[in-house]
Design a protein around this ligand. Sequence first.
Ligand code: AMP
Ligand code: ZN
Length: 495
Amino acid sequence: MKNAEKYRDELVIYNSLSGKKEKFEPLIPGHVGMYVCGPTVYNHVHLGNLRTFVSFDVIYRYLKHLGYKVRYVRNITDAGHLEEDSDEDKISKKARLEKLEPMEIVQKYTVEFHRILDKINNLPPSIEPTATGHIIEQIEATKEILNKGLAYEVNGSVYFDVVKYNREVDTYGKLSRRKIEELIANTRDLEGQDEKRNPQDFALWKKAKPKHIMRWPSPWGEGFPGWHLECTVMSTKYLGEQFDIHGGGMDLKFPHHECEIAQGKALSGKDPVRYWMHANLLTMNGKKMSKSTGNTILPMEIFTGQNDKFSKPYSPATVRFFFLMAQYRNVLDLSEEALQSAEKGLKRLREAMQKIPSLPGSPATEGFDVQQWRDKLYEAMNDDFNTPVAIAGLFEGAKAINRIAEGKAKISPADKALLKETFDTFMFDILGMPQEEDESGCTRNLESVIRILIDLRNEARKTKNWALADQIRNELARLGIRLKDGKDGTTFEIT
Ligand code: AMP
Ligand code: ZN
């Protein structure tokens, strides 16, 4: 860890707010506050959602690796997210249609969400707050914005006055670079329009119609909070009025994040976020993966192969590696070729890593500069978390391993240790590739234990103790671990 801190001053992050890459300087040295918009738990997470959560998982992992103390808050939206063109909450609607309690819907999809994130090897965030757990804070924030004269009440709903904010506080639209006049001109006639002073105004609090199941008492009658407000109150509560990083998918930039900026600034007078980060979309056949258009595939459909789009199953590790083969700010298209190439690439890297311990040691390294190679991997990650460049670096490392194994290059014991440490760090700690060989249950520890047994077997063979050598090989084979003796030493395969 200490080792990595020296790289930390070079981290540059693309800030969607300035539209530029900026040197990363957290508000409190050594500490990072990061908020990422979580899922609305009314339906299965699809692979597009998953890509965004994996992107931020790698960002979280890398910041931690650089030695920062990171508080990572990712919410669960379990109330308040309206259906497009309607005044019904997505969860309430699903509960009504399925004749379930809203909290049954929430529980079902939250549990599933965690299970999928676990499979894809994401780390849990430090805090995972829910919208329904922060109704009081949302009511308080609404009152405060009303007191500041930047919101108004109509028929039991409270709306944020975007035009007044834009005139008196700060430009509305600065994140998505939209002009308020154009926004107003382009707004369709949506629900609640008759109540709003301006079409761009958004609800802080909505009056609940009689059919609406999720409702809470408030100074304005029974209702529920507006979606944008939960993220403002939860980020403020756990990270402060100003914090370092706010992330989410590209599609949240407008209006969700724009509204968060306006709410935050209305409440505290400060811009709430230093670095706005947006992960780009996953597409399928060139079209955005999205629940509303039905252009989706579910993670489990890919992992089990039960789908009509792909010829075979792809493991969570393969899918994760596929995501990371693109930079998070680029669009990524899901295709069989891309999944196959991820699968092959990952296998190549794992095989190379397996060879490291048995590489012949030489007094000095020749033909491969390990330190320079390692620096390049950090350079890639420091350049706005450029995982594809880091992965390309790992492939270079794999090539070097093969050259050394073939005797075309040499490595000293110290460099060999650094090579192994760098591979382990980047593959497991930073990219978050699972240490388990998916189905086989082989952990990194088990791998090390197998290595010890291989060494013991080699010792046994040296002393011509064939019985012991065979016993080790046969016992391992019985557990599905096959040893293969080649000219580069012994490797193993888990079947
Ligand atoms: P939702 O549950 O719809 O609020 O989405 C959860 C997260 O997934 C948000 O950050 C969205 O921006 C993100 N997201 C939705 N669709 C996609 C997609 N096709 N590709 C990448 N991220 C997406
Ligand atoms: Zn949010």
